[in-house]
Write a protein that binds this ligand. Structure first.
Ligand code: ZN
Length: 102
């Protein structure tokens, strides 16, 4: 079986064991926090937050958590910068899309 998402990555922060998942999709990179049930995709904003169910990525990663996934280790001191850069990327991405649509 070939992987559907060869670009699924698990970012493990130590010693807290906090995990951030990222999926590189067709157009964007999404980041997912399973503990918070959070995903950065549009589907999450429009579907999950309005109570209509999980986005595709959250479902997908829940199924994959027991299988072998590329794991990248970080220290907790890098967590803030990591999240900040991902959030910033997404902010720019969403803002650019809005501008593009307008
Ligand atoms: Zn998602």
């Amino acid at each position: 079986m070939s992987p559907i998402f060869p670009s699924l990555k698990c970012h493990l922060f130590e010693p807290s064991k906090k995990i951030i998942w990222t999926i590189v999709g067709k157009h964007h990179e999404y980041w997912i926090d399973l503990d918070l049930g959070y995903c950065s995709c549009d589907d999450y904003y429009f579907r999950t937050l309005s109570g209509k169910g999980m986005c595709y990525h959250l479902d997908f990663i829940k199924e994959k958590t027991n299988s072998r996934v590329a794991m990248v280790h970080f220290s907790d001191s890098e967590y803030y910068d990591f999240v900040k850069s991902v959030v910033n990327d997404n902010f720019l991405m969403i803002r650019n899309e809005k501008i593009g649509l307008g």
